[in-house]
Design a protein around this ligand. Structure first.
Ligand code: ADP
Ligand code: 5GP
Length: 212
């Protein structure tokens, strides 16, 4: 029996570093699948359609939701975001872990879905609010107005920190990356994640009973 993949959810207030960490995890383990979300927001400079997001119209987004094509979806910062379900199902059934960069609303929906037994949710906190602002400004991809909106919404996201399995403070980037790898490696070794264990234990039992 193949292991079912984990649904690894990363959430944080915008600017805390989850996309950067997600990219590092994808380099660390090329068997991980990134769940490319659909969004109605405009692409940022350098973002690639189909890789960072599927950039879609509001009509297309709503059609996908109506067709039951989303595992979860939410309105964030006046735009719609959602995780297409088909690639997630294919990956998980093939034993592949899927990485999500989504907000608390999406995390909550997936954690309450039929796939809840395979969820691993991790919340990333910034070390301080001034540092969060510095990171949003330093990213240099949003207007002053958009940055202000994201700062105003940051507490709304942070206030859901206690709904997650793990919470990390992303102070030093390398240290946070290492902690994430440790968490994922350990979660993969949970008994429920190792269906082949039963075969091993049965063999051990046979050997035990046959021993001279
Ligand atoms: P999010 O995906 O959570 O919105 P990003 O990954 O885009 O955040 O990170 C926002 C900015 O902060 C980026 O410029 C990124 O390089 C930087 N950053 C991320 N983590 C750290 C860290 N630990 N220390 C300093 N800068 C960081
Ligand atoms: P950004 O516009 O900065 O890429 O993302 C804004 C917020 O939307 C982030 O908190 C991000 O995690 C979240 N987000 C991205 N994709 C999805 C998604 O598919 N579903 C949900 N619920 N949130 C998402």
């Amino acid at each position: 029996m193949a292991r079912r993949g984990l649904l690894i959810i990363l959430s944080s207030p915008s600017g805390a570093g989850k996309s950067t960490l997600a990219k590092r995890l994808m380099v660390w383990d090329e068997t991980l699948r990134f769940s490319v979300s659909s969004t109605t927001r405009a692409p940022r400079e350098g973002e690639v359609d189909g890789k960072d997001y599927f950039f879609v119209t509001v009509e297309d987004f709503q059609r996908q939701v109506a067709d039951q094509g989303m595992l979860e979806h939410a309105r964030v910062f006046e735009n719609y975001y959602g995780s297409p379900i088909a690639p997630v199902q294919t990956a998980v059934e093939a034993g592949r872990d899927v990485l999500f960069d989504i907000d608390w609303q999406g995390a909550q929906q997936i954690s309450n879905s039929v796939m809840r037994d395979n969820v691993l949710s991790i919340f990333i906190l910034p070390p301080s609010i001034p540092e969060l602002r510095r990171r949003l400004e330093g990213r240099g991809q949003d207007s002053a107005e958009v940055i202000e909106k994201r700062m105003q919404k940051s507490w709304d996201e942070i206030s859901h920190w206690d709904g997650y399995d793990y919470v990390l403070v992303n102070d030093d980037l390398d240290a946070t990356e290492e902690k994430l790898k440790t968490i994922i490696s350990a979660e993969r070794m949970r008994r429920a994640q190792q269906p082949d264990l039963l075969t091993t234990v049965r063999r051990l039992q046979d050997e035990f009973e046959d021993r001279a």
